[in-house]
Design a binder for this molecule. Sequence first.
Ligand SMILES: CNc1ncnc2c1ncn2[C@@H]1O[C@H](COP(=O)(O)O)[C@@H](O)[C@H]1O
Ligand SMILES: [Zn+2]
Length: 366
Amino acid sequence: MDWWVSLPKVELHAHLNGSIRDSTLLELARELGDRGLVCFPDVECVILKHDRSLTEVFKLFDLIHILTTDHETVTRITKEVIEDFAAENVVYLELRTTPKKNASKGMTKKSYMEAVLEGIRAVNTVEVDIFSEPNFDCPANAGIYARSDGCARNGTAKKKIYVRLLLSIDRRETTEAAMETVKLALEMRHLGVVGIDLSGNPVIGEWLTFLPALEFAKEQGLLITLHCGEVPNQVEIHAMLDFLPARIGHACCFGEEEWAKLKSLKIPVEICLTSNIKTETISSVDIHHFADLYNSGHPIVLCTDDSGVFSTSVSGEYSLASSSFGIQKREMFQLARNAVNFIFAGNKVKLELEQVFDLAAKSLEF
Ligand SMILES: CNc1ncnc2c1ncn2[C@@H]1O[C@H](COP(=O)(O)O)[C@@H](O)[C@H]1O
Ligand SMILES: [Zn+2]
């Protein structure tokens, strides 16, 4: 097996609707095409085009959402995305998604999330730990516990992936809609929801629109990650850093002052190399800020962002970082292991993941 696939990995920045297999998107588009709801050849062209500007990426998401936003499909893509990450040895996945309403399908934000949970339960190629924090032990969780315990007791030494969920607020949303998402996250905490993400087209929406909901989420103990500095906007970057999120994603358009502030606050950064290159947010990989952050010992974690949209994988991102920045396998292993420190799940999961890495270190060749 390829070394980068064998390496256990932690994925902390993956959008559900950005991580769908092309084959599934094409199948869904063909079905809608047959029903005369989309023009299949046009949609096929868009799906198979792999170099896209940031603006084009958000147009593509609008199209993907037309293909996926019904309960059955949300369940299907969730199952497939988790199985795909597990197949490349992702041992802990924080999957983020924007709860959506779709009146024509009778979908509410809550029923959207229930369809996601159904997808997690449908995974069968790997054992899924969706929830194992003892302090949240409650009857609503009993079904999931039973399944996971059953696996262990049968002695079926199936591979295991920990899955936790982040609910995303889309920058197109209002304060009220953002608050609704946070309240839903709080309601679903005992089902593996650990935090909130702010994402969506970075040129749309104002930081102050989302702040009340994000502050409420933080007060209630949810952990927050923000898409920060994907486009140049110094005022917003400073406001976001002042908020003290638990992590940020991207950090592409930072200036000297913003770097200094980020480094002094030691906020971990989710780095998405291929996403940044393909969207031309960073012009080439050799000038990517990964190198400076890595060399200065700043907390970072390699992630995919949208493995489907950008045709990448977590293993691919590790391999790319190693070859682009001349980092040896032993150091890359350490980088992968360090990511455990930045997960939003609790100490029990962290300890278990450290054991997974220690065990893997014995069989990996460096
Ligand atoms: C490329 N960089 C990016 N920057 C900002 N937001 C992004 C993104 N990539 C994805 N998303 C956000 O994730 C949604 C798709 O997944 P879900 O429907 O939530 O599962 C997109 O609509 C966008 O809001
Ligand atoms: Zn993202």
